[in-house]
Design a binder for this molecule. Structure first.
Ligand code: NAP
Length: 524
């Protein structure tokens, strides 16, 4: 068995070491990975582990980290425990807290880059502008912002869904005399001490910002459109002996990771299967609110009026206590306009503010990015999605776009568990896809059959109808036509099982027109 593995590894090393591959295939790289966040870095490591060093990672910024590089607002942390919100093949026994903060997560990702020696393959400050598939060559041609052209057999797109800030077009905003910025574009030079600050929005970012800045600002006005569900966080420092145990006995850390995962899957049941679990979860959130806030009027304002889970459920132990502070107001009247020094609500009240922080989330379901992806028949992916809504086979492959593999693609988001787990499920699928692709011959490409993709997406939409996400609330999970293009409507464990292997029957094998007829006989 061991000999077999070693022999196989040698074959891969021989096949994919950059120079050999490029020389033989007349293509620059085997794989072009777009994005150096959790997904892109995870893909790079998995390629290396398979002995494939012929890849580049395009990164638009000067650093890795994706959302964990961009979001530097005070209080920024992950609401999934770190022992689960990390790559299973790169465990970190040294997490300092159960829920780590942004700097620690970014440091973890930097460490992954160092450990797996990825730096030489990352092209920083390089945005991919277009990617075009050619049936003639069987390859993708990528054009980037530096003006360079790269050919690749496979594209792994890991651009992430949460990087297009949603900035409301408030009347009069251009007249505002103070500073105004989005939570994902935090201005570190802006000192909030003694200022009158407005936070617009009460989502996942806002509930972290509010308790972090409330003690230093003179006054904080929170503009809430919809009350969120907030459940207990129970964060704490990881004890030294626990870190030591994880270091010496990695299996214990693995077991702990599984424990958190399955605990979260139980929460997932309340979103996709069980009304009883949903009621229990609603009660837990309700008790959390009542324990922290005694003022009946504030309690009423902070109570959600939709089904638990329809919007992302938040976890915090310090958000509700922050609302109790004498220098904090929760405003539920709608915003009418912005004046040079105030936000005016529909009831006519002028709320004087020096700084406005937009914690208004991201555009996810409708806008897919600036990257122009052209498929087999000259069609454009994002234009196509504007009419159909974003759709892909298992959220990974799209018919008409051979050898394009999406990470965190359509309908692969979660409301209850770690997205890193979903990414790793997708990487299992990607590696199995590459195994089939390589087996089909050097001039081959795989294209998912339209029928397979349609049947899969119809099943997804059908399944969504009986979940909490179809219970009537407005959320960023839905596109402007009301179609849910973002959420996986089942447990993360079900996705892991479904993506373990690629079903070859779902794919058509194509061959580059330049290849010799003798090379076009492989089946997968
Ligand atoms: P969000 O959860 O979508 O919250 C946006 C907030 O802004 C909502 O309260 C929304 O109200 C409000 N809003 C949007 N447009 C508005 C407008 N025109 N006027 C007034 N209010 C408006 O956004 P986010 O907090 O940035 O988080 C986005 C996602 O990032 C999360 O769902 C989560 O997936 C991820 N995230 C994760 C973590 C983590 O710890 N892992 C932390 C932060 C963010 P409505 O509810 O009425 O739309």
């Amino acid at each position: 068995m061991e000999h077999h593995t070693i022999a196989r590894t040698r074959v891969y090393l021989h096949r994919y070491s950059s120079v050999r591959y490029m020389e033989r295939m007349k293509v620059d790289v085997y794989a072009a990975i777009i994005g150096a966040g959790f997904a892109g870095l995870g893909a790079a490591v998995r390629l290396k582990q398979r002995g494939n060093t012929s890849f580049v990672v395009f990164e638009r910024a000067a650093d890795i980290g994706g959302t964990w590089r961009d979001n530097i607002y005070p209080g920024c942390a992950c609401d999934v425990p770190s022992h689960l919100y990390s790559l299973s093949f790169a465990p970190n026994p040294n997490w300092s807290r159960l829920y780590s903060s942004q700097p620690e997560i970014l440091a973890y990702l930097r460490n992954v880059v160092t450990t797996y020696e990825l730096t030489p393959q990352i092209r920083y400050n390089t945005t991919v502008i277009s990617a075009e598939f050619s049936e003639q060559t069987g390859y993708w041609t990528l054009t980037d912002s530096v003006g360079a052209i790269t050919t690749a057999r496979v594209i792994i797109s890991a651009t992430g869904p949460l990087n297009r800030p949603n900035m409301p077009k408030l009347v009069g905003l251009n007249t505002f005399q103070g500073q105004a910025f989005h939570s994902a574009a935090w201005d570190p030079t802006c000192d909030l001490t003694g200022k009158r600050v407005a936070v617009i929005g009460t989502g996942a970012s806002a509930i972290q910002i509010v308790p972090a800045i409330a003690p230093t600002v003179e006054h904080l006005t929170i503009f809430q459109r919809t009350a969120p569900y907030v459940t207990p966080r129970s964060d704490r420092a990881v004890k030294r002996f626990e870190q030591g145990l994880f270091k010496r006995m990695p299996l214990i850390q693995k077991a702990y990771r599984s424990f958190i995962f399955w605990q979260n899957e139980l929460t997932g049941l309340s979103f996709v299967r069980s009304n009883l679990f949903n009621k229990v979860g609603t009660r837990v959130a309700r008790k959390h609110l009542e324990a922290a806030i005694s003022d009946p009027e504030l309690q009423r304002k902070a109570t959600p009026d939709y089904k638990l889970g329809c919007k992302r459920v938040l976890v915090s132990d310090d958000y509700y206590p922050a609302l109790n502070r004498s220098n904090v107001d929760l405003v539920t009247d709608k915003i009418a306009e912005v004046k040079p020094h105030a936000i005016v609500t529909k009831d006519g009240t002028e709320h004087l503010v020096d700084v406005i922080i937009f914690s208004t989330g991201f555009i996810v379901a409708d806008i897919f990015g600036d990257l122009n992806i052209t498929g087999r028949a000259g069609q454009h992916l994002y234009e196509q999605w504007l009419t159909t809504g974003a759709e892909a086979h298992y959220g990974i492959t799209v018919s008409g776009y051979p050898n394009l593999l999406l990470l965190v693609g359509p309908n692969t988001g979660l409301g209850h568990n770690s997205i890193v787990h979903m990414i790793e499920s997708q990487l299992n699928y990607v590696l199995d896809y590459l195994r089939l692709l390589d087996g089909a011959g050097e001039s081959a490409f795989l294209d998912v059959k339209p029928d397979a993709q349609d049947a899969y997406n119809q099943a997804i939409q059908q399944k969504l109808r009986s979940t909490v996400w179809a219970s009537g609330c407005q959320s960023w999970y839905l596109n402007t036509q009301g179609k849910n293009t973002t959420i996986w409507p089942d447990l993360a464990s079900a996705y892991r099982k479904a993506t373990r292997r690629v079903n070859p029957a779902d794919y058509e094998v194509g061959f580059s027109k330049e290849s010799a007829p003798a090379d076009q006989s492989a089946a997968i």
